[in-house]
Design a protein around this ligand. Structure first.
Ligand SMILES: [Zn+2]
Ligand SMILES: [Zn+2]
Length: 113
């Protein structure tokens, strides 16, 4: 089993991979990688004006991500389709965003043009 490159814990379930490293959580990954969109990602996105996406992901009144399409090779941000979820079911699609997870439950996002 892999161990986390930041805190050295054995990762039992679902390591987060970045380059050739494994991390136990997004918080651990963020200790080694800055949360910063690269210029290319900035150019293809803009600040979301309709909603605040700095809220918790997951179930309920938050936002729900699906359809991960890989990391940006430069800054590591991911493309996600963001939904408003009702009772853990994706309900209203909000569009495609580039996101960084700040922790396992919080993310920052910029809307793709
Ligand atoms: Zn860790
Ligand atoms: Zn990027």
């Amino acid at each position: 089993m892999p161990s986390c490159a930041a805190c050295n814990q054995i990762i039992v379930y679902g390591p987060i991979r970045r380059d050739d490293k494994c991390f136990c959580s997004h918080a651990c990954m963020n200790t080694l990688y800055p949360i910063e969109f690269c210029q290319r990602c900035l150019d293809e996105t803009h600040e979301p004006s309709d909603i605040s996406l700095s809220q918790a992901g997951g179930c309920g009144a938050g936002f729900y991500n699906s359809l991960w399409q890989g990391n940006c090779p430069t800054c590591g941000s991911q493309v996600a389709r963001v939904w408003i979820a009702l009772l853990c079911v994706p309900f209203i699609p909000l569009g495609r965003y580039r996101v960084f997870y700040v922790s396992d439950f919080e993310f920052i996002a910029r809307r793709i043009r």
